[in-house]
Design a protein around this ligand. Structure first.
Ligand code: C2E
Ligand code: CA
Ligand code: CA
Length: 737
């Protein structure tokens, strides 16, 4: 036999590798044929006929052999004899169909009966050749069969590729984070991807055929019409239009909408059929992508809210206030109406803040803003524009009395105590009011004038309101300017310590000096402490100013000592603020040791306010100072409530009779029981005694006769500059020497 037997599978290998007889040389991807016939002669003639066609060929001479080969290898073509000794050709074809084997069958049969042919064709044979057949006939049939297989294979792979790319795009579209959709010319959905379910609660199939307006928030319908109905393409395709879409509530399929609105940015583009000329193109719908930007919108809203609101109190801030005021002014101008601007500043808030701490201070501000807000009418605006500064605009004023009523309500609302940490805290406010148009017709002018009126209230004792008057301008302007330049004064070294000697009237010697602060104001000349320190207290400048004071006093004291003033005691004034500040004791101790100054040369003057405010803490600090060797004097003795009771609880060395008692001494032989009482208390407790503000000979004599030996006042010396005081010390030493 010339063919290769099924058992001889090496023949296949050989032909593939080109080592077999030249007849069977075939490329590995050339068609593979299975030739089936039980007659060896016919089989070999078949092989001979096809030998030069480059096929890979295997032969089988029985049904079982055929089935075995079909199970093992893949064939393009089976040339099948129907009549085989063991298993017939029809059965083999049944086997091929049952197993889904992809091989084209050409039946070669000697059977002349039509039945056999029909049976073969029914079973899917490609063709039926009756023996004997001509070589041409056979080759043509084989060629046709192979050609058809090739076409079918190509089709199949194209279909497969199409299917998988369709699947891919479908996957990409459905898993997109955006809603992707197409609309027809009428604006009805023709396609929506699955994302719509997740974002809006609609099934994509449910939307197909429905008009887009079912999704669009009522207020955005007009804009939506513009986005979708305009027939745009290319450059003119609309982009990023923000629309709010309604989302379906919950799981239930009822057509109810909740108020959850999503802001969606749209990208839409008209779709045109593919005509060659642009003019021929026909609009047939809209394609678009809708992105959920709800989170971004919320973030933007929050950011812009924070830019226009005070975070602590949630009130409008300065920027928003000015905006509202601007609008109110425009409206008032148009309606020829009046409006009021209020400036509300809390009194002594700094003190509360410094005493209770910032956290409690913030809490107080929140409570205050809540109470103030409750006093307003609809349409009024309250804002917080600084630490403890609030402003209000009252549009549509009937008359000034309206504003007055609200201001009084503000003050009244603050009269009830606040509770912070279980403690009762009292706070009041000073309110300035400016009215449009009489007090100004621009927002800046109105605000400035309300501010000036507020400062006027402060200077008149606080806790009240006042309307702006032009006469306030001068005084207030000076005070405002003062506050600002005080900060500069510290930086530019415009402050200076003056010293007022304390005289022992028995010996005429200078036994001490009180340090008093002065400000060399660049325009207004020398300012006394009383003229600017109260502002420093109000504006939180007391701590840096006191720090400066400590250093200056120590430097100056070294110079005294250098000119023989070692026995002169220095009295320094301590602000309540400074004493409340935690490291007060450390600061004094460090300063003294740095300058190598003996604590015994120092006396600290405190007022009774200190003791009342935070007695426990004050006592602790003062005791530590005492242990260091510093003495303590009670300043302005007799003016506070609890002078006597505190004397027992404090390590006090000296009391200073307040000027107001001294001032009353006007007749030499009069009777002044308060002065007498203070003097006898000092003697009784073994304390030093200093009379302050002694201006006249009469006062000096009365005090001396009553038992007070040490005097301070204009009658003896004015407060002296450092140089004047040094000069005085030198003179004294010269005299005693
Ligand atoms: P103070 O401690 O009662 O100071 C006495 C005030 O009376 C001083 O005013 C002083 O110049 C003034 N004075 C002295 N002799 C007479 C007199 O004979 N007649 C009259 N009418 N007044 C006299 P000044 O310097 O304006 O100080 C006012 C207050 O400012 C002081 O009251 C003190 O509480 C505070 N102060 C002054 N200097 C400092 C300082 O360096 N640090 C601190 N923390 N407070 C200071
Ligand atoms: Ca003093
Ligand atoms: Ca005093």
């Amino acid at each position: 036999m010339d063919g290769i037997s099924a058992n001889d599978s090496s023949a296949l290998k050989n032909s593939a590798s080109g080592l077999a007889a030249p007849h069977y040389i075939a490329a590995e991807n050339s068609p593979r044929l299975l030739l089936v016939d039980d007659e060896p002669r016919l089989l070999s003639s078949l092989c001979a006929m096809l030998g030069d066609r480059g096929f890979q060929m295997l032969t089988a001479s029985s049904g079982s052999e055929t089935i075995e080969l079909l199970g093992k290898l893949q064939f393009d073509l089976v040339l099948l004899d129907l009549r085989l000794p063991d298993i017939g050709g029809h059965e083999i074809m049944d086997f091929i169909n049952a197993k889904g084997i992809d091989a084209t069958v050409i039946v070669l049969s000697g059977d002349t009966g039509i039945e056999a042919a029909i049976g073969a064709l029914k079973r899917g044979a490609y063709d039926y050749l009756r023996k004997p057949y001509s070589r041409e006939e056979l080759l043509k049939t084989i060629d046709n069969a192979l050609q058809q297989r090739k076409l079918e294979n190509e089709n199949r792979s194209i279909a497969m590729r199409l299917e998988s790319s369709e699947k891919l795009y479908r996957y990409l579209v459905d898993s997109s984070p955006d809603i992707i959709y197409t609309l027809d010319q009428e604006g009805r959905f023709t396609f929506v991807n699955d994302r719509v379910k997740q974002l809006l609660g609609y099934g994509s199939q449910e939307l197909v055929g429905r008009h887009y307006s079912v999704l669009v928030h009522d207020d955005d319908i007009e804009r939506a019409r513009y986005v979708f109905n305009e027939r745009r393409v290319g450059e003119r395709a609309s982009r990023n239009v923000e629309l709010r879409l309604k989302s379906l509530s919950g799981e239930d399929q009822e057509r109810t909408f909740d108020n959850t609105l999503m802001t969606i940015s749209f990208n839409s583009m008209g779709m045109y059929s593919l005509g060659k000329e642009i003019v021929n193109r026909k609009f047939f719908g809209t394609y678009g992508v809708a992105r959920d930007i709800t989170d971004r919108k919320r973030a933007e809203e929050l950011i812009s809210y924070q830019a226009y609101h005070d975070i602590l109190t949630d009130l409008p801030n300065r920027i928003l206030f000015k905006d509202r005021l601007g609008l109110a002014v425009i409206q008032a101008r148009r309606n020829r109406a009046e409006l009021a601007v209020m400036f509300v500043d809390l009194d002594r808030f700094k003190l509360v803040n410094d005493t209770l701490g910032h956290v409690k201070g913030d809490e107080l501000l929140q409570h205050v803003s809540g109470r103030l807000k409750n006093c307003l009418r609809r349409g009024d605006t309250l804002a917080r524009i600084g630490g403890d500064e609030f402003t209000a605009v009252l549009p549509e004023l009937r008359d000034r009395q309206d504003a007055e009523i609200i201001a009084e309500k503000f003050l009244e609302s603050l009269r009830q105590p606040f509770f912070l940490d279980g403690k009762e805290v009292y706070i009041s406010a000073s309110i300035g009011i400016a009215v449009y148009p009489s007090d100004g017709d621009s927002i800046d002018e109105l605000l400035r004038h309300a501010d000036i009126a507020m400062y006027y209230v402060k200077s008149q004792g606080k806790n009240a309101h006042a309307f702006y008057e032009s006469s306030m301008l001068d005084a207030s302007y000076q005070k405002v300017a003062l506050e600002q330049s005080l900060r500069r004064a510290l930086e530019q070294n415009e402050l200076e310590m003056y010293y007022q000697p304390q005289v022992d009237v028995l010996t005429g010697e200078i036994v001490g000096a009180e340090g008093l602060m002065r400000w060399n104001h660049p325009e207004r000349g020398l300012l006394t402490a009383g003229e600017f320190l109260p502002f420093a207290e109000e504006n939180g400048l007391m701590v840096p100013i006191s720090d400066w004071m400590l250093g200056a006093l120590c430097r100056d004291l070294l110079q005294w000592n250098a000119v023989g003033g070692e026995s002169v005691r220095l009295s320094l004034n301590i602000s309540p603020h400074y004493l409340d500040h935690g490291d007060f004791f450390d600061k004094i101790r460090d300063a003294l040791s740095r300058f190598n100054i003996s604590p015994s040369q120092i006396e600290v003057e405190i007022t009774e306010n200190v003791c009342i405010r935070n007695p426990q803490y004050a006592i602790e600090q003062l005791n530590r100072l005492c242990q260091l060797g510093v003495s303590i004097a009670i300043d302005d003795f007799g003016t506070g409530y609890s002078s006597l009771s505190y004397l027992h609880r404090f390590p006090v060395h000296t009391i200073k009779i307040d000027q107001s008692f001294v001032k009353e001494i006007q007749r030499e032989n009069g009777h002044f029981p308060v002065v007498m009482a203070i003097i006898s208390i000092a003697h009784g407790l073994g304390l030093n005694l200093v009379a302050e503000g002694v201006e006249t000979k009469t006062q000096a004599q009365y005090l001396e006769q009553s038992g007070c030996k040490i005097m301070q006042g204009y009658f003896y010396y004015q407060p002296l500059s450092r140089l004047q005081f040094l000069e005085l010390l030198r003179e004294k030493r010269a005299i005693s020497a």
